[in-house]
Design a protein around this ligand. Structure first.
Ligand SMILES: [Ca+2]
Ligand SMILES: [Ca+2]
Ligand SMILES: [Ca+2]
Length: 305
């Protein structure tokens, strides 16, 4: 389990902002008893994967990247942590799939770009994931506290749906599509792509129930076939504020909003969640799925300099 830090609070922490040439003194005396200040021994990278619950997808269970013995959530988290430590991608699968990570210290809101989430997007191949942040408000070291979505360019778009759910149904035979139904009354499939990913099922092996439901914010998909013959699919970039999006991978704690969409003032955070934001597929390429390769506290790098 995650080590709980009992570090005496420093009266003030000096931040030297990387790239903007100013010194910022953060008075952390009002951060509360569960704030965990970084030390010289702290790592800027995620120290634990608290939960890894992907939606079904072509990379889930693929023997090219997955061992064959992941039958529990703990084993899935351990595998995901190894992948992130090696800067290798962890796919969140189709809509709603998510990962939760923690750090060995609290990430301070420095008023700029506080942390980075690395993905594998490039222009024309963006697969946005919504980013959520949380404080360990009850001090138990677990990510069981209130989540706050970080707003992005499409948060208040008329096309964006909050509290959108998709239920995925476990296939009964190897090689089958994964069926889904959503909270809007639509149905569809995560297609089995026999030419590319031949594992028996794209449904996570460690989810033992016959169906599971994932809920979150859905963005409108703008993917299209640019060739006219189905061969060249484009997933356009989103302006800002999403993981696995070619337009940037830096995030501000100051973009946190509550369930009503109102800004929330968080002095620091302890956990980050990323969740696939699209329910869409691109022909032979299959479902769109957010990937993450690493989480980095950018404010701590600043502190260490
Ligand atoms: Ca907690
Ligand atoms: Ca993907
Ligand atoms: Ca991707």
């Amino acid at each position: 389990m995650r080590r709980l830090c009992n570090i005496a609070l420093a009266a003030a922490v000096l931040f030297v902002c990387n790239g903007c040439n100013y010194h910022k003194v953060i008075d952390d005396t009002s951060f509360g008893k569960y704030y965990r200040a970084a030390t010289a021994a702290s790592s800027p990278f995620a120290s634990i994967v608290c939960e890894y619950t992907p939606a079904p997808g072509q990379f889930i269970g693929d023997p090219a990247i997955f061992p064959t013995n992941i039958f529990t959530q703990d084993a899935a988290c351990a595998w995901a942590k190894e992948r992130l430590d090696a800067n290798k991608f962890v796919s969140l699968g189709a809509f709603g799939g998510f990962i939760v990570v923690g750090f060995d210290h609290s990430i301070v809101n420095i008023g700029g770009y506080d942390f980075a989430i690395y993905g594998n997007a490039f222009h024309g191949n963006s697969e946005p994931g919504i980013v959520y942040v949380s404080q360990d408000a009850n001090g138990n070291g677990k990510a069981d506290d209130t989540w706050y979505e970080l707003r992005g360019s499409d948060t208040f778009s008329e096309f964006t749906l909050r509290d959108y759910s998709v239920t995925y149904f476990k296939p009964t035979q190897p090689g089958q599509d994964v069926r889904w139904k959503d909270s809007e009354g639509a149905e569809g499939t995560i297609d089995y792509l026999a030419a590319y990913h031949q594992q028996a099922s794209y449904y996570p092996e460690w989810i033992t129930s016959d169906q599971y439901t994932l809920t979150g914010t859905r963005l409108k998909a703008f993917n299209y076939d640019s060739s006219g013959n189905g061969s060249m699919w484009i997933n356009p970039d989103y302006d800002w504020g999403y993981a696995d999006n070619a337009n940037g991978n830096l995030f501000r704690i100051s973009d946190a909003i509550d369930a009503e969409g109102k800004a929330v003032d968080l002095k620091f955070i302890d956990f980050i969640k990323v969740q696939t934001a699209l329910n869409a597929k691109s022909g032979w390429v299959g479902e769109l799925s957010t990937e993450v390769l690493g989480f980095e506290d950018r404010s701590m790098i600043v502190t260490a300099r």
